[in-house]
Ligand binder design. Structure first.
Ligand SMILES: Nc1ncnc2c1ncn2[C@@H]1O[C@H](COP(=O)(O)OP(=O)(O)OP(=O)(O)O)[C@@H](O)[C@H]1O
Length: 778
């Protein structure tokens, strides 16, 4: 209605309007429904005015004065919009006011702290002194350019090389936990065929000598990454073989590889359980190590039963002291089965995992004092800390301004050549990732696609594209990537390779699928556009930068209101930045990299005014793009014949030729879908943090604007929205740190039901966005 209708630019006053709306034409039932909807809207508007904790609808103190010539008007139409007859609400009016005390220093200028996850000084520590052989230490120094261990490696390697007890490794992200457990395993397996002085033993171990170690990790990407590190390491012992069994790949070829023989196996839990059940050749009698990397994530994703099965099967098989070929394993390999649990964050479910898998475990952390703590419980403080050199900030941004603020941030990030090479943007769900990728990518074809001689990788044609809105004259070709669990495995693999190997500045838009373990050293900026579902996930997300002592920046977007309280539970004392300064910096210059031939490009380039006008113009440009009519038959091809029938309105079976409604622009469809999924995902924050992420406080209309939509689409989910209405009627809205009043009982009773509903939704969301395809169970 408001999309292409009249121009609204008048004072609405303080009281809500109660207009009489008459509907004519169409079916009686539709008219009654429309009438009811209008009434409901008016009722809820009246309720809104009484709602105590609803976001304040105040006019911002700065910004709008220049942006809006009439700040008291509810709807402001920029001059360029008037030309097109479009109606748009101003970005800078009716925004809630933040209560945060802002820091005046920009993030770049804040003092960097001493790195906490860097390798130690090579004068003080060496791999040799930790009990690794000269061969391994030389290989690390000469081929992998690692001269000294990190703190967690220093504390873990001697323990796992000499002792046979279970271990729980806990250290910051990017601190080198992978090599901390791999090095002792490789060292001890190598010792089956090489004497301490480096001379070969009479017995030679090879790929058929037995499976000695199994490493489990939650995602296929992480499994592949561990496999790459291990492969590099095994170049100093080429007679040993490792492989992966993960979802999304041919089970047939996995079986063939297992049949040929393997000494170290890296697997996702679902696929390994499958092979243990169905692949006879997989014999675990010789297995001495079971490593559970990112154990908490595996538990979170519901792999408790798989892990129990795997641990049970490995323990049930008789431990062989000698393999079938007479190779003596006793004395060199551990005399018992050793389980190693590994995570940067520890929560209750990891303790449960410990109970399933660990026996008298040693708790190993990066600092000496932590090592002296007894038991495998550790302190939760240490568990949730980010690397100290990581510069963190939060931007408190009103919902309407989120999209333009994100673009302004990225634009200034890539404004200077060499300032940032790679950035990752975390978004809550796959649909929203798809939408933002489609919105930010350039319609121009990739160079590789145009070049007939070059062989373009067909897998990345839908997931890698130039990012015109964030490119700059200094960095004219920033490459945009997207990654989530709903993509086919070859696409995921190719996209991640493209992002990792990209020599141009690159941005990855992704879900939490990339939050764990992913090691792309050139990542210098992490943006959490949507906050993580749990603070532990936040620690992992920001840990994709500032790895192994390198610098890094992390920016978290929060909404004014209850979300602002979330900052207080984050480690590392993030700076609080004003969105206005981000916009001002980002829109100091026009966006010049849009195709200049397009009308939209011309609109944006002709805006040589204030940053507020540029932000408004960009938002308008996005809204217009969404409203563009698709090229004839553009998405008709994508629709099934059944759906095509559904376009027809009125008339039985929708046969009336004149009534056929043209399909919406694919970008509009994607925006609506992304918005709906985003709102559903918002309801799935963990219970303990839901006070900060309270769905009842979310302004759907404002949030819709950040998806380029002029109104919130329907179909978000009865349960969630019904709760929103009920709560607002009861006046029992929960705010950060506030108590429930006058409705506790209802809330408690409702809480249980709601919890079950949220759990179902959470499970569903996860299966849609990440989990189901992350762990291939089939
Ligand atoms: N001793 C070392 N010297 C130099 N670089 C190292 C050393 N050990 C590991 N690294 C590098 O540090 C980076 C991070 O290592 P790794 O991925 O094992 O960290 P992590 O602790 O497992 O992180 P996360 O918790 O995020 O999974 C890798 O790029 C790795 O090559």
């Amino acid at each position: 209605m408001a999309d292409d209708g009249m121009l609204l630019n008048f004072e609405l006053g303080d009281t809500p309007l109660t207009t009489q709306v008459k509907f004519k034409g169409g079916r009686w039932r539709d008219r009654v429904r429309a009438q009811k909807n209008v009434k409901r809207g008016q009722d809820s508007a009246a309720d809104d005015s009484n709602r105590p904790n609803k976001r304040l609808r105040t006019v911002d103190h700065d910004g709008p004065k220049t942006a809006n010539p009439n700040p008291s008007s509810a709807v402001w139409v920029p001059s360029h919009a008037m030309k097109t007859g479009q109606v748009t609400s101003s970005l800078f009016t009716s925004n809630p006011t933040a209560v945060t005390n802002f820091d005046e220093i920009p993030l770049e200028e804040s003092e960097p702290a001493k790195p906490s996850n860097a390798p130690l000084s090579s004068e003080a520590e060496s791999f040799l002194s930790l009990g690794l052989s000269r061969r391994v230490a030389q290989h690390l120094a000469n081929k992998l350019e690692m001269k000294a261990p990190t703190a967690i490696q220093k504390n873990t390697i001697p323990q796992l090389v000499k002792e046979d007890s279970d271990a729980f490794l806990q250290a910051e992200t990017g601190s080198g936990k992978t090599l901390a457990y791999l090095l002792p395993i490789v060292q001890r397996i190598m010792a089956l065929s090489v004497n301490e002085d480096g001379t070969p033993k009479a017995q030679k171990v090879h790929r058929n000598s037995g499976l000695f170690a199994i490493i489990l990790a939650p995602t296929r990407e992480l499994c592949k990454q561990i496999a790459v590190v291990l492969e590099k390491l095994l170049r100093c012992a080429p007679w040993l073989v490792s492989t992966t069994v993960i979802g999304g790949e041919s089970k047939h070829s996995e079986k063939a590889r297992l049949r040929k023989g393997v000494n170290i196996l890296i697997a996702t839990p679902g696929r390994l359980t499958d092979h243990l059940d169905n692949t006879e050749v997989l014999n675990v009698g010789t297995v001495r190590w079971l490593v559970l990397d990112e154990g908490d994530r595996m538990m979170e994703m519901g792999f408790e039963d798989d892990i129990k099965t795997i641990v049970g099967k490995i323990r049930a098989d008789k431990l062989l002291k000698e393999n079938g070929e007479g190779v003596v394993l006793e004395g060199v390999l551990p005399s018992r089965r050793v389980t190693v649990l590994c995570s940067a964050t520890m929560k209750m479910n990891v303790q449960k995992l410990g109970e399933i898998s660990l026996e008298d475990a040693v708790h190993i952390t990066a600092s000496k004092s932590d090592m002296e703590d007894d038991g495998a419980k550790g302190s939760s403080e240490a568990a949730f800390s980010a690397p100290s050199q990581l510069k963190q900030s939060v931007i408190v941004t009103p919902a309407k301004l989120r999209l333009v603020t994100l673009i302004a941030l990225l634009k200034s990030t890539f404004a200077r050549k060499g300032s940032v090479m790679k950035a990752i943007i975390f978004i809550s769900c796959a649909d929203s990732v798809d939408f933002h990728f489609d919105l930010l990518k350039s319609p121009i074809l990739l160079e590789t696609d145009k070049d007939d001689d070059a062989k373009p990788n067909i897998h990345i044609q839908g997931t890698v594209a130039p990012a015109c809105y964030i490119s700059s004259p200094a960095n004219p070709k920033v490459l945009l990537h997207k990654l989530h669990g709903s993509l086919a495995q070859p696409v995921r693999t190719a996209t991640l390779h493209s992002f990792t190997d990209c020599k141009e500045p690159a941005v990855l838009i992704t879900t939490d699928i990339s939050s764990r373990g992913l090691d792309v050293p050139a990542v210098e900026l992490v943006v959490e556009y949507d906050p993580a579902f749990a603070v532990a996930d936040h620690v992992h997300r920001i840990g994709r930068t500032a790895r192994a002592g390198r610098p890094g920046k992390a920016v978290l977007f929060l909404l004014p209101g209850c979300e602002e309280g979330y900052k207080s539970i984050l480690s590392g004392a993030p700076l609080a930045q004003r969105y206005e300064s981000i916009l001002e910096k980002g829109f100091a210059t026009p966006i010049t990299s849009l195709p200049s031939t397009s009308a939209e490009g011309a609109t944006l380039e002709s805006e040589k005014q204030s940053w507020t006008s540029r932000a408004e113009a960009l938002q308008l440009h996005f809204e217009q793009r969404l409203l563009a009519k698709p090229a004839s038959g553009a998405n008709a091809d994508e629709e099934t014949p059944k759906k095509k029938g559904a376009w027809a309105k009125g008339g039985k079976g929708g046969k009336g030729k004149d009534n056929i409604k043209p399909p919406d622009d694919p970008l509009l469809v994607s925006a609506r879908q992304g918005f709906r999924s985003h709102i559903r995902a918002y309801a799935t924050h963990v219970r303990e943090e839901r006070g900060y992420f309270d769905l009842t406080q979310l302004h759907l209309g404002h949030m819709a604007k950040s998806f380029g939509l002029r109104e919130a689409p329907g179909g978000i989910g009865g349960g969630v929205m019904a709760r929103k209405v009920n709560k607002s009627h009861a006046g029992a809205g929960k705010s950060s740190g506030g108590n429930h009043k006058g409705g506790d009982d209802d809330d408690d009773a409702g809480g249980a039901v709601d919890e079950a509903a949220r759990k179902r939704m959470r499970d569903k969301m996860r299966s849609v966005m990440n989990a189901a395809s992350e762990f291939n169970l089939g």
